[in-house]
Design a protein around this ligand. Structure first.
Ligand code: AMP
Ligand code: MN
Ligand code: MN
Length: 325
């Protein structure tokens, strides 16, 4: 963990500016929690802040304090001092909003923990050792001397909670847990956050889950498990609120888990690993990216062809002893 760069502190270290908090496609808790937390802290110092991005937040994150402020941005007005992007490795993941933000804002600030970040900002702060950008925004608020309110702490703890799989993944460090402890001290409630994230199913979600999990397949050597979901099989909101890729991942022998979801003629792929393979390299073969153990990409359909291409790439990437699936 390095310190917060001076240029990042400087971008925010004054009263009463205007900030655009710009989210990435299909926003998750890391991007939403950090934008909402930093925005709320700046508002406490007299800034005016707009929050938004190409897509609406998922219903499952409706509990994040301030989420009602997050808009789907079709056009971006002028006159921002800064536009802030968190958790967003490249311009494509804004679907054109970054270009609009460059015209509307004096300074673009890029705060991220993805190793493949393209450094598209005027100011770039990338810390690949951070489990979530939630950790980085926590440190930034400390460097700025901005207080942690319960609302800010809830947003940041949720960001860290989800990107670490509830503190279960290999990205968890002593610093992650120290920051989480401090956020709880500041008023974030772990039980309430866990319940809001994981105990909000409708009764029919369990039936859908039963139908869906029957489709999980396992390679002959047990190291690759995948779940291929044809278009229209289950409702969008179900896939968005369930981290379905965690089920194939939960098999003991599995080194790489894949979720392939057909949607609008394309196939969105989520890859999860346990350290044997650098999944950013697998995802990059199909124009995607992410982290070593959590990456994603989108392929053209149909589903069966995309599935065999992705499984082929995973097999190739696995160490020789692990092949033969
Ligand atoms: P997901 O499987 O969608 O939860 O994404 C896991 C990780 O991979 C996240 O860090 C994403 O930023 C990254 N990722 C997912 N899809 C893409 C993509 N098409 N291009 C680049 N990175 C991606
Ligand atoms: Mn994200
Ligand atoms: Mn993240």
């Amino acid at each position: 963990m390095a310190g917060v760069p001076d240029a990042v502190v400087k971008a925010f270290d004054r009263r009463g500016g205007r900030a655009l908090m710009l989210g990435h496609v299909h926003p998750d808790a890391d991007v939403l929690g950090t934008l909402l937390a930093l925005g709320a802290a700046l508002e406490g110092r007299g800034w005016r802040v707009i929050y938004g991005g190409p897509h609406a937040p998922p219903a499952s994150l409706a509990f994040l304090p301030g989420i009602e402020r997050y808009e789907v941005l079709d056009r971006i007005e002028d006159g921002f001092d800064v536009a802030v992007l968190t958790d967003c490795p490249n311009p494509e993941r804004t679907e054109g909003r970054l270009e609009a933000a460059r015209r509307a804002a004096r300074t673009i600030v890029d705060i991220d923990h993805h190793p493949d970040n393209r450094l598209y900002g005027d100011v770039n702060w990338i810390d690949v050792t951070a489990a979530a950008t939630g950790e980085m925004i926590y440190r930034l608020l400390g460097a700025l001397g901005l207080p942690l309110t319960p609302a800010i702490a809830t947003n940041l703890l949720t960001a860290i909670h989800t990107d670490t799989g509830s503190f279960r993944y290999s990205n968890v460090t002593p610093e992650t847990l120290r920051i989480a402890a401090d956020l709880v001290q500041a008023g974030a409630e772990p039980a309430a956050i866990s319940s809001a994230l994981y105990e909000r199913r409708t009764p029919d979600a369990l039936r859908l889950l039963a139908d869906t999990l029957g489709r999980v397949e396992l390679s002959a050597d047990g190291r690759i498990a995948w779940l291929a979901l044809p278009a229209g099989l289950v409702p969008d909101h179900f896939v968005e609120s369930e981290e379905l890729v965690n089920y194939p991942r939960s098999i003991a022998s599995v080194q790489v888990a894949c979720l392939l979801r057909e949607h609008g003629g394309r196939v969105k792929v989520s890859l999860r690993g346990k350290g044997a393979v650098d999944l950013t390299r697998v995802a990059a073969r199909f124009g995607g990216g992410g982290h070593a153990n959590a990456a994603g990409c989108t392929l053209p359909g149909p589903l069966a062809a995309a599935t065999s291409q992705v499984l082929g790439a995973v097999r190739e990437a696995l160490p020789a002893a692990a092949r033969g699936a």
